[in-house]
Design a protein around this ligand. Sequence first.
Ligand code: IPM
Ligand code: MN
Length: 350
Amino acid sequence: MHKIAVIPGDGTGPEVVREGLKVLEAVSKKFDFKYETEEFDWGGDRYLKTGEVLPEDAIKTLKKFNAIFLGAIGHPDVKPGILEKGILLKIRFDLEQYINLRPVKLYPGVWTPVKDKGPEEIDFVVVRENNEGLYKGMGEFQNKDTKDEVAIQVSYNTRKGVERCIRYAFEFCKKRNKRKELTLCGKTNVLTYAWDLWQRTFDEVAKEYADIKTDYTHVDATCMWFIKNPEWFDVIVTDNMFGDIITDLGAMIQGGMGIAAGGNINPEGVSMFEPIGGSAPKYTGKGVINPLAAIGALQMLLEHLGEEEAGAAIEKAIEHVTANKLKSLSAGKMGYSTSQVGDLVVESLG
Ligand code: IPM
Ligand code: MN
């Protein structure tokens, strides 16, 4: 029995999560596995009503589940940072979800802004460190509100944190078994403390993986290659901030936020899966948002729980829908409503 915590969250989160759960019910019947879900109302509306971002025992509660399915966090009436830090980052940190796994895969029939590139060329995975770096929140103001103000924001990198991320990336690359090439994406030419540690750790761990080819690119050049030669990449490992930035670019070349999914993974603990696009307030409640990213996140969740066949079937169904049904992946332009797209995926499961 898979116990799944569901956090629909803010904005369009609940709409896309509903479609994910629709697909979950369908695959559970088809592949004969049992699951139960429990929903939590954590998000902006609850915060505005109660003044509480998360209940005190939230993390303890989440630890009782096998996985978490998250819609979106972010509310137009709440100051930026409160919900992101108080819910999303808190869960990532407190549950030690030290990997943020973000596949960048162009499905058939999907429009990419990169000319002359297709599904053959755009198929890689970013392994983003998810607990440290600039996200650690270390720093200070000096002389606040004076003309001599200084704001310091520290990138915090531990050998243990860096090494477990790099090891995960090597193992993932091996298991993925495609081009078997792992690229370290950093900034060794400027950030000479953090990236020295990353590079040394990467080189050391690489010695244990003779069958994996390794490479290094600076983060700025990585952005360039994502557009010019995305086919050069198989698996990329990087820190939290760079991973945040390059995966938004990655999402764009795979067809947009409507399709981009990710997993916040603690290989030894409870992991959380989410569409990476955010709460999209302007589309909320209109039934026009694309649920495929949430359905893709559900696919990753099931694969993580060992339901490989169900995951593969969902991916094939998504591909069938992008190749044969949707006019576009953009909200309002799909040619179908949010719930119709969910239905199409269910029908395409065969
Ligand atoms: C993401 C988001 C978050 C991040 C925000 C909402 C805190 O942009 O998941 O990429 O920066 O990690
Ligand atoms: Mn982001």
